[in-house]
Design a protein around this ligand. Structure first.
Ligand code: PGA
Length: 248
């Protein structure tokens, strides 16, 4: 079986104590996993305490990272800061960063490229909005998001890269893409990546209303290497169940 991944994106939820508590539960549950790498991305304020609480048992990451090392960039965090705190990974380009906070393909690509250059595992999120899906523009949107990154990358960057395909209309809505839509879209991403770079595509996760009752179907879809999970990752019983499904 190919390696699988399960990442929790806690977004702007949970206090420090709550983050530590939930991460400890995840860490305990993940001990028996043989084929699934599990990670959590708490709010930035809680990342350090969470990492200290779980040690090497669970990957802990941030929900974003900036490409400059230090300076006058109010509200941002840098890669040296993450490394000093022992942080294992970062997410970049989440649709909420792109759509609520206006991050462009170019800005997301620069954040991602720098994190990869510094050897940080990076979950690079891409996804289309509903109007793009309905008007048949999904592949164009995804290609634009991917091309902004591949134009900056060198081969050495690829090892630490994970792509997360998250249709914006499926995030936090309870509306899941069909397995056919997921299969077709992951196949497009993998092919486009290879066409652009000449190399095999990194693992691709699916994200968007992943829950215990739909994950068994999703994880069986070709070219799905795991999931990036929001809502269901805030509940210990649901996320633990996703871990079990991942191992089946
Ligand atoms: P959701 O969020 O599981 O609540 O849809 C997924 C995400 O935003 O990564």
């Amino acid at each position: 079986m190919t390696k699988r991944y399960l990442f929790a994106n806690w977004k702007m939820n949970l206090t420090e104590d709550e983050s530590v508590d939930l991460a400890k539960k995840f860490s305990e549950a993940s001990k028996s996993l043989k084929n699934t790498t599990v990670g959590v991305a708490p709010a930035t304020l809680n990342v350090s305490a969470t990492k200290k609480a779980v040690g090497s048992n669970l990957l802990v990451g941030t929900q974003n990272v900036y490409y400059e090392e230090k300076g006058a960039f109010t509200g941002e965090i840098s890669i040296p800061m993450l490394k000093a705190a022992g942080i294992d990974f970062t997410i970049t380009g989440h649709s909420e960063r792109r759509n609520i906070f206006g991050e462009s393909n170019e800005l997301v690509a620069k954040r991602t490229q720098k994190a990869l250059d510094e050897g940080l595992t990076t979950i690079f999120c891409i996804g289309e909005k509903l109007d793009a899906r309905e008007s048949g523009k999904t592949n164009d949107i995804l290609a634009g998001q991917i091309d902004a990154l591949t134009s900056l990358l060198q081969k050495k960057n690829y090892d630490n890269l994970i792509i997360a395909y998250e249709p914006v209309w499926a995030i936090g809505t309870g509306k899941v893409a069909t397995t056919k839509e997921i299969e077709e879209t992951h196949a497009f991403i993998a092919k486009h990546w290879k066409d652009q770079t000449g190399y095999d595509c990194p693992p691709i996760l699916y994200g968007g209303s992943v829950k215990p009752d739909n994950y068994a179907e999703i994880i069986k879809v070709p070219l799905v290497s795991g999931a990036l999970v929001g809502g269901a990752a805030l509940k210990a019983d649901q996320f633990t169940k996703l871990m079990e499904i991942s191992e089946e």
